[in-house]
Structure formats: structure tokens, C-alpha cells
Design a protein around this ligand. Structure first.
Ligand code: ADP
Ligand code: MG
Length: 260
């Protein structure tokens, strides 16, 4: 009997391509307990994003072959209906990405985009959505929320755009937030602010976070547990203090040696 919110067992993902069907994610297994932050760290191409997209079932079924079991709050996401999976993505698991601009519509104000999510996915009236949009902007500490809601995305800095994406992700009060390199495109000082925000929200909302990064410094800031991936495999998985204090795998030691 497991208490994990998310339980990934023997996940294997391969893409049909020139080299046949070589897996890019091999036998990946890990759990995320409710209310905990787990980091997946590893160099570019190690299979971090593919793992998270497989959890969200956002890989094209025509080109990707997915094996293994992904259990979330008692349901097997690999066999869930498409409608069931849409409900999970709309209400239970939210995801944010490296470049917030790609997820925002450049020709619609921030306020309209937030309101649209709240009206179409959460059944709010226009008035309720407008009030909730202000509340969410405050929640992610965007100053002068009401004025910012009238802005188009290009008027906001990268850090502010990422805050808007976090606000959208929080709009459904998710049990799990998957953050795929959410600070990689930002300046170092802004990175620290976004990490602080995610950490505070995680505590206040009591949600679980799967935080994907290539940066061990970020891991130290945010994660209860750390998973190290190399060439599509997990080479180390443990409490963050344990990984930093007594790394077992040579690749983990190399990653730690590179931390300033
Ligand atoms: P990262 O750890 O940088 O997030 P990814 O999970 O994006 O790495 O990618 C892992 C491997 O899978 C890489 O070799 C990448 O080229 C390959 N890959 C990712 N997406 C696809 C795809 N849609 N089709 C074919 N190969 C892919
Ligand atoms: Mg990636």
C-alpha cells in the first residue's frame, strides 16, 4: 500500500525514427509523496522533458511508444480515457515550461487569457473570473494586478510572464505542479525570485511539485528529494541532503563539482 500521489513504474519511452525504436527513457521508476517537491536533474537530452510529457500524456501516440505504469491519486494514467486525462490536466496536474511566451497568446491581454481559462475550464461567470484573475495575480505577487491584467504579454518581462503562467497553473488548485525548467530562460536574480515563489506556493497550497532542471544549485534551493537522470536512466534517487552530502554515482559527483 503506497501513499504516493504519483507513482511511476518502469516507464520506458521510445520514438519511432531512423535508429529504429531506441528508448530515450529506460525503466524509470519514482514516487512523489503528497506535499513534497521532487527535482529531476540531468544534462540536456537526458529524458527529463519526455518523462514529464509522458506523465501528462502529451506525447504523440503515433510516434512515441510508452510502456510502464503511471499511477496518480489511485488512477492509472496510462489506461485512463482521453476525457479522463483531460480532466486530470484541467483539474489535478498543471504544468509550466521554460518559455512562457510560447504558451501565451500575444494578441490577447493577460486579463482576457486568465479569464478565459477560468470561464471555460472552471465554469466561472465573467465577473467571478475577473475577480479571481486579480486574486491570482496577487497570489503570484504581481504588483498593480488590475493594471497588469490590461497588458499584452510583450509588455511584461520574462519573470512576470512566468508569474502569469504560474497563476494560470494555480487556477485549478492542482495537486501536482510539473515545472519543466521554469527558470532556465531567466536572469539569475529573477530565477531566485521565481524559485522563492514556487517554494512559498508549494507550502501554502500543500501541493506536490515535480521540478525539472539541469542546475544542481536550483535543486538545493527547492527539492525534498532529488532524482538524477543520465542518458534516459535514473542513476540516483534520494533525499536532497543525502545526494548533496554523500553522492553515490560519479555523474552526481561531477554535477556537484560544477556547482559554484
Ligand atoms: P531533456 O532532459 O533535455 O528534457 P528530452 O526529454 O527533451 O531531454 O529528450 C530526451 C531524448 O529524446 C533526446 O535525445 C531527444 O532528442 C529525444 N526526443 C525528445 N522528443 C522527441 C520526439 N518528439 N521525437 C524523437 N525524439 C525525441
Ligand atoms: Mg527538457
Amino acid at each position: 500500500m503506497t501513499t504516493a500521489l504519483l507513482s511511476v513504474e518502469n516507464l520506458r519511452v521510445s520514438f519511432k525514427g531512423s535508429d529504429g525504436c531506441a528508448p530515450v527513457v529506460h525503466d524509470v521508476s519514482f514516487d512523489i509523496e503528497a506535499g513534497k517537491t521532487v527535482a529531476i536533474v540531468g544534462e540536456s537530452g537526458s529524458g527529463k522533458s519526455v518523462t514529464s510529457l509522458a506523465i501528462m500524456r502529451l506525447l504523440q501516440s503515433g510516434s512515441a511508444k510508452i510502456e510502464g505504469t503511471i499511477r496518480f491519486a489511485g488512477q492509472d494514467l496510462t489506461t485512463l480515457s482521453d476525457a479522463g486525462m483531460r480532466r486530470i490536466r484541467g483539474n489535478e496536474i498543471s504544468m509550466i515550461f521554460q518559455e512562457p511566451m510560447t504558451s501565451l497568446n500575444p494578441s490577447m491581454t493577460i486579463g482576457r487569457q486568465l479569464a478565459e481559462v477560468l470561464i471555460t475550464h472552471h465554469g466561472m461567470s465573467q465577473r467571478q473570473a475577473e475577480a479571481e484573475a486579480v486574486r491570482l495575480m496577487d497570489r503570484v505577487r504581481i504588483p498593480s494586478a488590475a493594471a497588469r491584467l490590461k497588458d499584452y504579454p510583450h509588455r511584461l518581462s520574462g519573470g512576470m510572464r512566468q508569474r502569469v503562467m504560474i497563476a494560470m497553473a494555480l487556477s485549478c488548485k492542482p495537486k501536482l505542479l510539473i515545472a519543466d525548467e521554469p527558470t532556465t530562460a531567466l536572469d539569475v536574480t529573477i530565477q531566485a525570485q521565481i524559485l522563492d515563489l514556487i517554494r512559498d506556493l508549494q507550502r501554502e497550497e500543500g501541493m506536490s511539485v515535480l521540478f525539472i532542471t539541469h542546475d544542481m544549485g536550483v535543486v538545493a534551493e527547492i527539492a525534498d528529494r532529488t532524482i538524477v537522470m543520465l542518458h534516459g536512466r535514473i542513476v540516483e534517487n534520494g533525499a536532497t541532503e543525502q545526494i548533496f552530502g554523500a553522492p553515490q554515482h560519479p555523474y552526481t559527483r561531477a554535477l556537484l563539482a560544477a556547482v559554484p
